[in-house]
Structures are given as C-alpha cells and as structure tokens.
Design a protein around this ligand. Sequence first.
Ligand code: AMP
Length: 424
Amino acid sequence: MIRSVRGVHDILPAEAGKWRRVEHAAREVFEAYGYEEIRLPLFERTELFARGIGEATDIVQKEMYTFEDRSGESVTLRPEATAGLLRAYIEHGLHVLPKPVKLYTLGPMFRYERPQAGRYRQFHQLDVEALGDEHAALDAEVIAMLVELFRRLGLADRLTVEVNSLGDEATACRPRYRAELVRYLGANAARLCEECRERAERNPLRVLDCKRPECRPVLDGAPALGAFLCADCTTHFARTREYLDALGVRHLVSPRLVRGLDYYVRTTFELTTTELGAQNAVAGGGRYDGLIKLLGGPPDPGIGFAVGVERVVQLLPDAGPAAAGERRPRVFLVPLGEAALARVLPVATALRARGVVVEVGHGDRKLGRELERAGKLGVSRAVIVGDAELERGEALVKEMQSGAQRPVKLAGLVEELLALGGPA
Ligand code: AMP
C-alpha cells in the first residue's frame, strides 16, 4: 500500500462538512466587509518568498519546499499567501483601485515543519489582506472581522485576542529595541537553549517566541518593545485599541507577541486558545507597511491575517445527524432489469435537475439487496420498477420508514415525487 506523505492529511467526507462550514462563514463575513476573492498559484519563484518573508526567518531557512523545474528555474510551494497575493497586486496594477484594496484567498500552504498534533506540512489557510491604507481604524476593523468569523462559527468565547505593536523599521523604534534585545540576549546567552542563541544573531525578535521552559525566565525578563515605541507608533497602537473597544472587541495586550515573518510592523495580533495544546494559535496577522515596496511595488501599506483552517475545524463540534444527512439521497430508483433501467434513467436526471439527491440501481441486483442498500443509505423513498410495473406503465413508490407502497404512473412520476417532498 502506498501511504500519504508524512505531515499531509486527507479530508474525508465525514470531515468535509466542517470545512465547508468554515469556508462558507469566511466568505460571508469577508464579503460583508467588502473583501473580494483572489485565487493564486500554489507555487511561485523562490526569490519572491526569500525577499517577501525574509531570508532570516525559519520558513525561508528551513521550511520551504523548493525545487528546480525542468527548465532549471527555482520554484517554491507557497508557505504562506501574503507574498503571492502582493505579487499579484503589483503585477496586475491592482493598486490603482480605490483603497484600501481588500482581498481574500484560501487554500493549501506548504511548510517542511516537524509534524505533530495541529502541525502539518500541507495545511490550509484563509488569508485576508487590506492594502493601501494605514489608518488605525483599519487595523481594528480587520481584527474585528476576524473575531466576527469566529463568532459566526460559535467559537469566539473560546479564543483570546492578543495584540501588540512591533514598532516600525523605518523609524528608530524597532532598530533601537532590537539593539537592546540583542545586548540583553547576549548577556544571558548561557541560560538560553542552542536554538535561541543561534536565533539571537539571525532573527532576535523571534527568540521571544521560544516555548522551552528553560528559556522562559530569561525571555520573560527581556525588555519589552512597548517601552521603545516612537510617538507615531505609540499613537497608532493606542488608537487601534480605542477602535477595538468601540467595536466591542475584547483584547489583551501581549508585549512579547512577535510573529514568524520578518515583515511585520506596528500592529500584530493572534487569536489563541488553550484547547489545542502547544499549537495554540488559530489565526495571526499584522501590518506590513514596507513590504509592497520591497517587492517592487508602490509604497502602499498593508495589513492582513491568516487563519489555520485545520485548527478551526478541530475546535468545531461534530455536526449533528441532520447536518450529516444533508446530502443523503432522498430517492433510490430501483430498476429490475435493463428495460426498467433505461426507463428510470431520465427520471433520475429530471429529479436531480430539480435538486433532489437521487441514487439509481443498475438493474442487475435482486430487489432485496437493493432495498437493503437503500436502507443503509438512509433514503426516505424507494421507487421500484420491474417488468410487471413497466408493462402497466407504473412504478411502485415505497416509503422506507413505514414500508407502505403504492403504484404511481411512470408518466407523472417526476412530478409526483417532487410533490411528495418528504422527510428531509
Ligand atoms: P502564520 O502564517 O505562520 O502566521 O500562521 C497563521 C496560522 O496558520 C497559525 O495561527 C496556524 O493556525 C496556522 N498554521 C501555521 N503553520 C501551520 C502548520 N504547519 N500546520 C497547521 N496550521 C498551521
């Protein structure tokens, strides 16, 4: 047997309903806020991610699925959606549209991470970006929309909204903070794990993310970025929080919330839960004001987030039996013989065209076996056509629950079945 690749997973029909629920809610919520869907390629030129995510990040350093195609070009399966989306924004001149340009996309992402519960090598994200507007009210609206999605799914109460400001690369605040942090980490290097020591040189802010208990005391004592924010960043963060309050979004300031991608500035946020063990982030995002320019576009600011769909699905309760039966066939057509099969096939087509889920036998099985199958599928009605019925121009309509059956003229069968409707 050939098994699936480590770290990837199938979404079986029993789970697919939850996926559809999440995707449906996302489309409804995002579109109510004026976002439009964009569909993007699953792979891009490698340099896009190297530049857009940051050479020093874990993703670029060790998690990308990169390969040369047959013409020798280096391409990479997308590890996240923002870089590709911004590439499309620039390439198609979408920046001429009224701002903010609001886009969403959804689909699989690929990262060569160590697989564990809630962490996959192919996983799925809902991704949202608002481009060309730096007002703090937009930051708050984006976060509020994310919370609204979870409210729609009945999960808002099980999540915490954490926010932080990362300051700005262009002003003095983040460089000044980084220098201070590097100094602090250097002074405490002996009490940090090997990975933290290595990261302290490569990507010092990310060190704050380490979850190892031996590192926590040092990291909890590290200087916080908040104290270093410049006046503009301080105001932007304060106003974002005021708008969040005005929108009724309860949130927690997490001074050490940093994120895995290099490009974030100012507002960053995460939705976390205590219910998924170590992989506690369900969604995360932030502002990336210099990134579009860095990728060769106009100097437009941007803000966005990504939701980890696997983790959302994991939080959702199993759908009740009604939902599971949503797409169950309502009618089972049981022809007995070739002639009957030919006669019922157009009936199936006509019913399906009217939205009825129909199952058809092939005409070569015994009636008892077909009825058994109809019972297992949970259909409400079986329609039996044997030679005797054919001769009379009739079908036998059998109510599966009661067992009652009665003849119906074949000529009017479609209309009769539609009129019956039936237990959903
Ligand atoms: P990121 O793009 O790293 O900011 O991640 C955004 C969200 O995607 C996270 O909060 C997770 O919910 C989800 N996510 C990230 N990496 C993985 C992974 N390897 N497997 C499953 N979900 C992931």
